[in-house]
Ligand binder design. Structure first.
Ligand SMILES: Cc1cc2nc3c(=O)[nH]c(=O)nc-3n(C[C@H](O)[C@H](O)[C@H](O)COP(=O)(O)O)c2cc1C
Length: 269
């Protein structure tokens, strides 16, 4: 199992130690002959520049990004991994700026998802507050990018040293995270998509199908994968789609398409 850790803390502090503990616990679960590798991508050292907001990636494709740095290599590292740990402490009630820059630089993946079949683990540490919002945000990012989220761990690090009850609570959370991630990596079955997953699929499909001139890169990407074909129910074949969700998504797509056509006409598409 090959794991990439995307570390959003600027230092090797609480969040880094939490992920290292998860790594240690997972190593303890290995059977003879099984292999596990952890590679840590410290965003602080990766030198990802901030997005300039040119929209080139959305409109024309990520290869047209004017910033020439490590972004493409980082995406390649995520593709090479079986599982990705997204880790960020809570800074100012949100993910760190480093982590947000990482998300912004890969924002085209929200339109052109690509990590189906890969497993994600979400880890945050906080002084006291904000961990639920951070985990919710990371969950949205990972899910829309195509990952299956195995587990979300939010640890509290209020005082140094931690009171024993808090240290024990954190240790339990780390053990649960290690177990869930390990099991999900061993059995990477894709669960049935949620209502939100299905609505997103149909909403995006309606938009990109009708607005191919405004979103040429998205249109091409969706078409190449067969996602625009009638009868396609979801990004991934072979997963069970709840028929009620499918029905709701189809109705929503019909309405999205009608609006998108109107906008496209106004724009001369
Ligand atoms: C700039 C900064 C902002 C922070 N903002 C919050 C916050 O909004 N809420 C909170 O409960 N803790 C906050 N903290 C505390 C951190 O979330 C906590 O100490 C975390 O474990 C640090 O992780 P790290 O050592 O991996 O960087 C903040 C810490 C820093 C340095």
């Amino acid at each position: 199992m090959k794991i990439l850790v995307v570390m959003g803390s600027p230092r090797k502090g609480n969040t880094y130690r939490a992920v290292q503990r998860i790594e240690e616990l997972m190593r303890g679960r290995l059977s003879p002959g099984e292999e596990l590798s952890f590679s840590y991508l410290m965003l602080a050292d990766a030198g990802l520049a901030e997005c300039r907001g040119c929209f080139n990636c959305f409109t024309w494709g990520e290869e047209r990004c004017p910033i020439k740095d490590e972004a493409a290599a980082i995406e390649a590292r995520m593709h090479e991994a079986d599982g990705v740990v997204f880790a960020s402490p809570v800074y100012g009630m949100n993910v760190t700026g480093l982590f947000k820059t990482f998300v912004d630089r890969f924002a085209y993946i929200f339109h052109r998802p690509r990590f189906f079949g890969k497993t994600a683990l979400l880890v945050t540490t906080t002084g006291m507050l904000g961990h639920k919002d951070v985990l919710k945000y990371m969950d949205l990012v990972a899910t829309v990018w195509g990952f299956t989220v195995a587990h979300r761990a939010g640890l509290t690090t209020l005082a140094e040293p931690l009171p024993p009850s808090q240290a024990e609570a954190n240790e339990r959370k780390l053990a649960a995270a290690a177990d869930a991630f390990f099991e999900a990596l061993r059995r990477p079955e894709r669960p049935s998509p949620s209502f939100q997953d299905i609505m997103l699929f149909h909403g995006q499909r309606g938009t990109f199908a009708e607005m191919g001139k405004t979103f040429p890169a998205d249109y091409r990407y969706w078409k190449e994968r067969g996602w625009l074909e009638k009868g396609t129910k979801y990004f991934v074949e072979g997963v069970r789609v709840n028929p009620v969700y499918h029905m709701a998504g189809t109705v929503m797509e019909w309405s999205v398409r009608r609006n998108a056509r109107k906008v496209a006409e106004e724009m001369g598409e």
